[in-house]
Write a protein that binds this ligand. Structure first.
Ligand SMILES: Cc1cc2nc3c(=O)[nH]c(=O)nc-3n(C[C@H](O)[C@H](O)[C@H](O)COP(=O)(O)OP(=O)(O)OC[C@H]3O[C@@H](n4cnc5c(N)ncnc54)[C@H](O)[C@@H]3O)c2cc1C
Length: 395
C-alpha cells in the first residue's frame, strides 16, 4: 500500500480509466502489470428489515462511476430474508446484477453467517472482482476486514472519494512488483487530521477494497425502467457460524427527524455552556421544516445531548441544505462530518475559530444574542411559495 499527496493527480482517462502514464524523459518504460480481475465492481448492500440503507445507494452511485471508468459491470450482494423488492430497488439505483442470498438465517445481521455467504460467493469468481465496496457503518466496519483478511487483500477504511487511475511502482527494493499498474482503485481519505488527503492504493491483489462514510457519495436518480438480473446465491452455513444467536432486537426510539435526513441542521457546541443552552437551538430548528439539532462530540461526551445527534468523524456525516453551527470551534473531526453541507452559517464569538474556514456566512458574536435575534427575524419573515419561508430568508 502507498499513500500519496493529492497533488499527484490521476492521469487522463483511458481504457482502464487512468490511460497511459506520462513517459519520463530518461526513465525506462515500465512493464504493464494487470492483476487478474473481471473488472466487476461489487457493492455489499445493507438492509434493515428489508429497507435498503442510504449508504448502499450512495455506494451504487460511486460504483457506477468506477465501473464506467473500468469498462466493467456494477453488481450488488444482498443478504437477508424475503428481499425480492429490495433487490429491485438496487437495480433501480444502478446495479446490473444483484446476487441475492435469501434465508431466514440471514434475517438479522450476524458477522459469521454473513461473512460465510459473501466469501463463499466471491470465491466462485474466477478471476476475482476488481473492486469491493462497503459502507463505513457498524456492519460494514465489522464485515469488511474479515472479507479482506479472507482474500488476503488490502482495505482502505472511511474513504471520502473514490477514483480509478494508474500506479507506477518504481521502488527497486521490490523487483517483483516493479511496473505500471493500470486501473487501480484510488481510495481517497483525509489523514493527519485532514491536513492531507491520502490516496491509498493496493494494486497487488483483487478485489481492491474500500469502505466509504455514509452521506459522502451521491446516489443515482432511481430509474424504474432500469433492467437488471437477480441471481440467487446458495446459503450453506456451518455449525461454527452459529456462535451468536439474536434473542431480541431493541430499537432506540428517536423522536423527530434524524440529523442524517434533515434539510436543516442547527448544531451546538461547548460554547452553549450546558444542556439548557440547546433550548434556544431547538427553537431555532423549529423555524424550519424537516430540521434537526446536531452537536459536537464535546457536548455529547459531556452528556448534554445523545450520541445520535453527534456530527463528525466519530458521529454522523451530514449534508443538509443548511447547517448552522453555534458555539462550535470547528475542529477537523467535526468539519469532516458537515463540510459538504449546502450552506454553512457559523456563529462564534472567536473570529479566529476554524469553523469560519468552511462557513459560507460567519457571524462573530455571542450565540445567546445572535440566535434569539435570528429566531425573531425568521418568525417575522413572510411565507414564500415553493419553500419554507425560513429557508428562503436565510438563503
Ligand atoms: C479521534 C477523535 C475523534 C473525534 N470525533 C469528533 C466528532 O465526531 N465530532 C466532533 O464534533 N468532535 C470530534 N472530536 C473532538 C474534536 O477534536 C473537538 O474536541 C470538538 O469538536 C470540540 O467541540 P466544540 O467545538 O463544541 O468545543 P470547543 O472546542 O471547546 O469550542 C467551543 C467554541 O465555542 C465558542 N464559544 C464559547 N462561548 C460562546 C458563545 N457564548 N457564543 C458563541 N461562541 C462561543 C468558542 O469560541 C469555541 O470556538 C474528535 C476528537 C478525536 C481525537
Amino acid at each position: 500500500m502507498s499513500a500519496e499527496e493529492p497533488k499527484q493527480e490521476a492521469q487522463e482517462s483511458g481504457a482502464w480509466g487512468g490511460g497511459e502514464a506520462a513517459p519520463k524523459p530518461d526513465a525506462e518504460p515500465l512493464r504493464e502489470i494487470i492483476t487478474p480481475s473481471n473488472k466487476e465492481v461489487i457493492v455489499i448492500a445493507e438492509q434493515v428489515e428489508g429497507q435498503i440503507q442510504p449508504v448502499t445507494l450512495e455506494l451504487l452511485g460511486a460504483g457506477r462511476d468506477l465501473a464506467d471508468k473500468l469498462g466493467g459491470q456494477l453488481s450488488c450482494v444482498l443478504l437477508g430474508h424475503q428481499l425480492e423488492q429490495a433487490a429491485q430497488t438496487l437495480i433501480q439505483y444502478g446495479a446490473e446484477i444483484v446476487y441475492l442470498a435469501d434465508s431466514p438465517e440471514l434475517k438479522a445481521y450476524r458477522t459469521l453467517p454473513y461473512k460465510r455467504v459473501i466469501t463463499d460467493l466471491l470465491k466462485t469468481f474466477d478471476p476475482p472482482p476488481h473492486i469491493l465496496l462497503l459502507g463505513s457503518t457498524t456492519t460494514g466496519r465489522d464485515l469488511a476486514p474479515r472479507i479482506a483478511a479472507f482474500f488476503k487483500t488490502g482495505l482502505t477504511a472511511d474513504c471520502t472519494e473514490l477514483d480509478i487511475g494508474p500506479y507506477e511502482h518504481t521502488n527497486k527494493a521490490d523487483p517483483d512488483k516493479l511496473g505500471l499498474y493500470p486501473g487501480c482503485l484510488y481510495a481517497i481519505r483525509p489523514s493527519f487530521g485532514e491536513s492531507l488527503k491520502a490516496r491509498i492504493l493496493g494494486p497487488w491483489n483483487n478485489p481492491q477494497m474500500a469502505t466509504t462514510r455514509p452521506g459522502v457519495m451521491l446516489p443515482l436518480k432511481p430509474d424504474p425502467n432500469r433492467q437488471g438480473e437477480i441471481r440467487h446465491t446458495p446459503v450453506n452455513l456451518l455449525p461454527e457460524d452459529y456462535r451468536l444467536e439474536v434473542l431480541e432486537i431493541v430499537r432506540e426510539v428517536q423522536s423527530g427527524v434524524s440529523i442524517a435526513d434533515a434539510d436543516v441542521v442547527v448544531a451546538g457546541g461547548y460554547g452553549l455552556g450546558g444542556a439548557e443552552g440547546f433550548n434556544v437551538l431547538r427553537e431555532l430548528a423549529s423555524c424550519f421544516e424537516n430540521s434537526a439539532v446536531g452537536a459536537s462530540r464535546k457536548v455529547v461526551d459531556a452528556g448534554w445531548i445523545p450520541y445520535s445527534n453527534q456530527v463528525g468523524q466519530t458521529g454522523k456525516t451530514v449534508r443538509p441544505k443548511i447547517y448552522i453551527a453555534c458555539g462550535i470551534s470547528g475542529a477537523i473531526q467535526h468539519r469532516v462530518g458537515m463540510n459538504k453541507s449546502g450552506l454553512i452559517i457559523a456563529i462564534n464569538k472567536d473570529p479566529d475559530a476554524p469553523i469560519f474556514q468552511v462557513a459560507h456566512h460567519g457571524i462573530v458574536g455571542d450565540v445567546f444574542q445572535v440566535v434569539p435575534e435570528l429566531i425573531r427575524q425568521l418568525k417575522a419573515a413572510q411565507p414564500v411559495a415553493g419553500a419554507s419561508s425560513s429557508e428562503k430568508s436565510l438563503v
